[in-house]
Design a protein around this ligand. Structure first.
Ligand code: 5GP
Length: 204
């Protein structure tokens, strides 16, 4: 008997410096059922980033074509660049019962919740503002102006944590990953996600 049911859409947001990339990489390692949506963007690749892995890097013209063809679940202009979540792969994965992670900023997260009220949303926070500031400075890759700018954005984003279903503090990586895995596991076991399975069991 095939007990496969529909998957979950999991929105994860976090200010820069909260370690969300590492957390998501660990989630994928820990659970084969967890897939990450690859966004499309018009920003240039950073060193070490690969097309089709980190993002689909594209031109403004191609991005705008995709908008007019209704190819995105959501998209935003963040700074000077477009970022969008392609619809097709998400629908395919969800229909296969996978949990699909969208790593998107707060505006896009709000849009996803409107379009897809069943999506679950997780906001990852640093243990404190001073720790976030320390982590950003420790990277040593940005100027003091950039760091100040990112901290201001982080503060505005953290004010919107209340819009999310779950808050996870990234103080210790393993604990943080386990918290998100527990959320995914519990959400999968909700009656609304299990009702087809319940029906199959009853009718067998
Ligand atoms: P970065 O340029 O640092 O990779 O990403 C900048 C911000 O855009 C991050 O907060 C990231 O999570 C967000 N982002 C990446 N892809 C998407 C997307 O498809 N939609 C939205 N709304 N935000 C995205």
């Amino acid at each position: 008997m095939d007990l496969k049911d529909k998957g979950l859409l999991v929105v994860i947001s976090a200010p820069a410096g909260c370690g969300k990339d590492t957390v998501i990489a660990e989630l994928k390692k820990a659970d084969d059922n967890v897939k990450q949506s690859i966004s499309m963007t018009t920003r240039a690749p950073r060193e070490g980033e690969a097309d089709g892995v980190d993002y689909y890097f594209t031109t403004v013209e191609n991005f705008e074509n995709n908008i007019s063809q209704d190819g995105f679940l959501e998209y935003v202009k963040y700074g000077v660049n477009y970022y969008g979540t392609p619809k097709k792969a998400i629908e395919e994965n969800i229909n296969e019962g996978k949990s699909v992670i969208l790593k998107i900023e707060v505006e896009g997260a709000g849009n996803v919740r409107k379009i897809y009220p069943d999506a679950i949303s997780v906001f990852i926070m640093p243990p404190s503002f001073s720790e976030l500031s320390r982590r950003l400075r420790n990277r040593g890759t940005e100027t003091e102006d950039d760091i100040e700018r990112r901290l201001k954005i982080a503060e505005t984003e953290m004010q919107r944590a209340k819009e999310y279903d779950y808050i996870v503090i990234n103080d210790d990586l393993t604990a943080c990953v386990n918290d998100v895995l527990s959320i995914i596991k519990a959400e999968r076991l909700k009656y609304s996600n299990m009702k087809n399975i319940v029906e199959k069991i009853i009718n067998n």
